[in-house]
Design a protein around this ligand. Structure first.
Ligand SMILES: Nc1nc2c(ncn2[C@@H]2O[C@H](COP(=O)(O)OP(=O)(O)OP(=O)(O)O)[C@@H](O)[C@H]2O)c(=O)[nH]1
Ligand SMILES: [Mg+2]
Length: 357
């Protein structure tokens, strides 16, 4: 699937750069444009993609300091300039626009729903938000910001692909090392998903197509992504169990939103050398995904790739009813109340999370 990436804020810019690099290094050419937009000048320096500073008249290049209402206002005021900058890349060839942002901060958190709204108004292509949820141990302002942003982003985008910052965390890591690792994980998974719909050589019936990604994401507001890989045997018959156990691992322990398995729709992509892929393995993995997710719409396909390993990529669409999302929204609601608690009256007036705009 050919896409244009727009990273907003610090996390958005870094993850976008990672994704563009992965796509380039692998020679996939699914990323047709990569931009980083921020209110903080220093965060744009050193990024190896096109950059754009916004909100200069409001914050003079110093960032919005976690104020996502200000982040939203700045993007609402400057969306036209941002869209002018990216419009050359959003040709008819581009199949989707992907906004990338950390939902817990200010610039990306507020900017993502505001830009999604404008892009949806102007373009026919789907507008996806790749949103990053703060980890549990991040402060209440991050949780509250992310809750309000998520609510608004789901309303304004075609689908929101969520990454929980706790999902692929390893122990004994500094926050910085942790981010670097998570960003690489995101780039690999999202990069493979985008590239999987791009194969043209040796197209067979079983090869996955962009439209299958789009249809899976069409089914609902929130999506998640998981991956696992394993060594392949030379003989496809020997890979039946490899494919089913890899698929189990991807769905049960490898998702970007852990413990959110109930879904409206799913896509199972098996990546690897075509003569390593067992049809029987693929079929049984697919019916297992059907059972686990409770979805009647489980699509599937191969992603032919020169490798001595096999990979299983699982995309779930419509996971918003999962307990993981409910838990997060509760955490965000509680955090918003805490943030408002300087005004004792406000606490009782509103138990709901406010929309950002
Ligand atoms: N996965 C990942 N998350 C990050 C990274 N950097 C920051 N975050 C997360 O993103 C949120 C903060 O968003 P930032 O992108 O730093 O904020 P911003 O959009 O630049 O907004 P302001 O700095 O307030 O203007 C927090 O929840 C962080 O945990 C990163 O490199 N990778
Ligand atoms: Mg910042």
């Amino acid at each position: 699937m050919k896409v244009v990436l727009i990273g907003l804020g610090q996390a958005g810019g870094k993850v976008t750069e990672c994704l563009a690099e992965f796509d380039y290094d692998m020679g996939f050419d699914a990323v047709r444009g990569a931009f980083a937009v921020n209110t903080a000048k220093t965060d744009l320096q050193g990024l190896d993609i096109d950059t754009m500073l916004v909100g200069q008249n409001r914050v003079k290049g110093h960032g919005v300091g976690g104020d996502n209402e200000l982040g939203a206002e700045i993007m609402q005021a400057e969306a036209t300039e941002v869209m002018d900058q990216v419009s050359d890349r959003i040709t008819t060839e581009a199949e989707a626009i992907v906004i990338v942002a950390g939902l817990g901060g200010g610039t990306g958190s507020g900017g993502a729903p505001a830009l999604a709204k404008e892009l949806q108004r102007v373009y026919e292509q789907p507008v996806y938000v790749l949103g990053i949820l703060p980890g549990r141990d991040e402060g209440s302002i991050y949780q509250a910001n992310a809750g309000r942003s998520l609510k608004t982003v789901v309303r304004e985008s075609t689908a929101t692909i969520l990454i929980d910052n706790d999902a692929w965390r390893r122990s004994n890591e500094t926050v910085e090392e942790g981010f670097k690792h998570i960003n690489q994980q995101i780039a690999q998974r999202v990069g493979l998903l985008l590239a999987s719909g791009e194969v043209v050589e040796g197209v067979g019936e079983s090869v996955v197509d962009s439209s299958e990604i789009i249809n899976t994401l069409r089914e609902g507001g929130i999506a998640s992504l998981g991956y696992a890989s394993a060594e392949a045997h030379e003989d496809a018959e020997q890979n039946i169990n490899t494919i089913t156990s890899m698929t189990r691992k991807a769905l049960l322990t490898g998702m970007s939103l852990p413990n959110a398995i109930e879904a409206e729709a799913a896509l199972l992509v098996i990546a690897g050398q075509t003569d390593h892929i067992s049809r029987k393995g693929v079929e049984s993995a697919r019916s297992w995904v059907e059972e686990e997710t409770g979805s009647l719409q489980v699509r599937g396909g191969d992603f032919p790739l020169e490798s001595d390993r096999l990979g299983a990529l699982v995309l779930l669409g419509g996971v918003e009813r999962s307990t993981r999302i409910q838990e997060f929204m509760d955490r965000a609601r509680e955090a918003q109340t805490q943030e408002e608690s300087t005004d004792p009256v406000a606490q009782f007036e509103n138990e709901e999370l406010d929309d950002l705009f």
